[in-house]
Design a binder for this molecule. Structure first.
Ligand code: ADP
Ligand code: MG
Length: 230
């Protein structure tokens, strides 16, 4: 009986996600349809509509991409990986976007940082999302500090930004699918982070003060009985 309820619960969660996804995709589709109709009427200069239509298509694409990452059961391989190498790769990836926004990324990494049992692809996704959020939270520029060290037999990676912070009423909604405060956000990034870090038997802790900044802390077991879900 208990098992039945658990399954029903899961189904319900999937149904809610599907409804959210449908809603998020229907908006840009509706506007695409509207633009096509206007263009079909032949009474407008088509040029100005192309950009909007392209960005609506890009939006659908990014929603579907992020959603697939969440929906797909983890079939990734857990291996001993060098988190420092992954971190540097992610910093390189986002450095240009940061610089364009007057943001400097500083890394403070403990010497002889141990290898961590994880899926490198998934952990990279998590780091990209959190660093991107940090950058997007600092429209006026500033510094993002990434600290990595070992604490309580776990790898601790902190992303400290000087951004807008997270208000109390938003805090509880972090990680909820489609919760975003950004005009072009998908609200799927943190949900994906929670799923991946959960699969790794790790933790995400968040500390934030409005207009001061936010710290995202990822804790990962150094090595353990972690294995991909069957
Ligand atoms: P998205 O980035 O598409 O909005 P996320 O799931 O990555 O979706 O984040 C959800 C929301 O959490 C963001 O819209 C923002 O309001 C808040 N958030 C996440 N990271 C930060 C941060 N570093 N500083 C301030 N707000 C943040
Ligand atoms: Mg995000």
């Amino acid at each position: 009986m208990e098992d039945f309820y658990r399954k029903a619960d899961k189904l319900n969660a999937v149904g809610q996600l599907a409804a959210g996804l449908a809603h998020e995709i229907r908006n840009p589709l509706t506007s695409l349809r509207g633009f096509l109709q206007i263009m079909q009427s032949g009474r407008v200069d088509k040029g100005e509509y192309y950009d909007i239509m392209l960005s609506e298509i890009d939006r659908i694409n990014s929603i579907v991409n992020e959603f697939l990452l969440i929906a797909k059961p983890s079939q990734s391989k857990f291996q001993k990986n060098d988190l420092v190498r992954i971190l540097h790769g992610v910093v390189t990836l986002l450095e240009t976007q940061a610089a364009l926004n007057n943001i400097k990324i500083v890394t403070e990494i403990e010497d002889a940082f141990p290898l961590v049992e994880c899926s490198d692809m998934e952990i990279k996704q998590v780091f990209v999302n959190i660093l991107k959020n940090a950058i997007e939270a600092m429209p006026g520029g500033g510094i993002v500090t990434i600290c990595a060290c070992v604490k309580k037999e776990m790898a601790r990676i902190r992303f400290v930004d000087q951004g807008v912070g997270i208000g109390e009423n938003q805090f509880a909604r972090l990680g909820e699918p489609f919760f975003t405060t950004k005009e072009k956000g998908t609200g799927l990034g943190l949900m994906m982070c929670y799923k991946i870090i959960g699969d790794h038997k790790g933790e995400i802790n968040i500390n934030s003060a409005v207009q001061v900044g936010t710290t995202f802390e990822i804790m990962l077991p150094l090595s353990s009985s972690v294995s991909p879900e069957a």
